[in-house]
Ligand binder design. Sequence first.
Ligand code: NAD
Length: 432
Amino acid sequence: MGGRRNGSAARRGRGGPVRTPAGVRRPGRGVRQCVRGRISGHPAREGQVVPKYEDAVPCQNYERRSAVFRPRIGIIGTGWWATRHHIPSLLASGQCDVAALADSDPQRLAVAAQHFGLAKTYATADEMFAGTELDGVIVAVPHCDHYPVVRTALVHDVHVLVEKPMTLLSVDAWDLVRLAGDRGLHLLVGFTYQYTKSARRCRDALQDGQIGDLMLVSGFYSSSAGIHYRGAAGAEGADAKYPLMKPQAATYRDPAVAGGGQGQTQLSHTAAMVSWATGQRPADVAAYMSDCDLPVDLVDAVSFRLESGAVGSVASTGSLPEGEVGHHELRYHGTAGHVIQNLRLGRVEVHRYGAGVEVIDAADEGAYPSQEPARTLVRLILGSGDNPAPGAAAAHATEFVEAAYRSRDLGRPVAITELDGQPQTTRQQDRS
Ligand SMILES: NC(=O)c1ccc[n+]([C@@H]2O[C@H](COP(=O)([O-])OP(=O)(O)OC[C@H]3O[C@@H](n4cnc5c(N)ncnc54)[C@H](O)[C@@H]3O)[C@@H](O)[C@H]2O)c1
């Protein structure tokens, strides 16, 4: 398979070979993804291919790239998270060039460009692709824009790391998964906990049958994200949580922008971990949510059934005061043992009944390795490593969260097969 071109460069008629080292093969359209199953019984998605997570992008077809190849990475959305973690992580890695920045807010764009000493800036993703050749992008814009911006990037044949939640609607998430697979592009999602050794160990224990057949999942996720739903984020400054800039108020508190509160912003982490670690898709979801007089939900309780028949419940609150440490935990009970996953401590206990306990303590890699997603994108472009947060598992998380909001609005359990790409919540419809 020959090298691929950045679409924008190709359209402008720039001649010459693609900037890839000699001998490098990029996976292309001819390389098919493995098929895990097909959705049936849903009019909008009958026959839709659900890729097996690890095989959605055929990474094994990459060959080692030469040491001189430095992927060119663009950043779309130069807000809090990108300037706090992704851009510093890329610059410190020494393995890539941060080639361009794009942000629709000229002031935030200028602040980021000046702070990091980066010259190429654009107001939109389209302008960025027209003006700069790129190998990958990091998309860190508000939730409602994840889908259109990522789609634009994939159409321009660049690899993508998109922040969580992947999209607000599952129909959009699957569209991106299909598009990335068809074009042989990496699609990673910023579910940071999945980038840890302990999470991999947890997944191995569950998927290798070490606790027998999974019967029950229970989870809890508390945080201080409520400050964002209240629009009460603290001060910006060198020693603060927001060294360069804090999030824009609408990003987390406007339902039309964020798609919801705790469900989109925090519970999505739990939903993604459950899907990725168990390798299972949710089947039915029933939710209660309370917004505590905020514009979006603050406290969520969700019960669910996975496609294997295992059942579960997860609860999440964003009500902690700023600075208070939250608890992020999942427990998986099987017929032959159970796994306790403490996400925040990077600690996993695998209990096999009659065979003792194995403890994996990966605290050394940091409680929350926020630098890893950006570096993983670069490593994948360079042809090494694997994708610990692939689009397909993230699409299952989108299904879970979308169904949870719909269940809240309808006051009954919602089957994933009911999701059809309609606006996510009736509340959103009311507002539009
Ligand atoms: N993985 C994590 O733990 C984590 C933590 C925080 C935030 N995030 C995610 O990162 C994303 C950004 O969050 P944030 O806190 O940095 O928000 P933010 O408000 O600080 O930044 C968003 C930026 O995107 C820009 N923008 C909006 N629409 C755009 C568009 N269409 N094209 C280009 N720029 C656009 C805005 O002007 C703003 O500067 C969100 O998806 C959020 O959930 C993830």
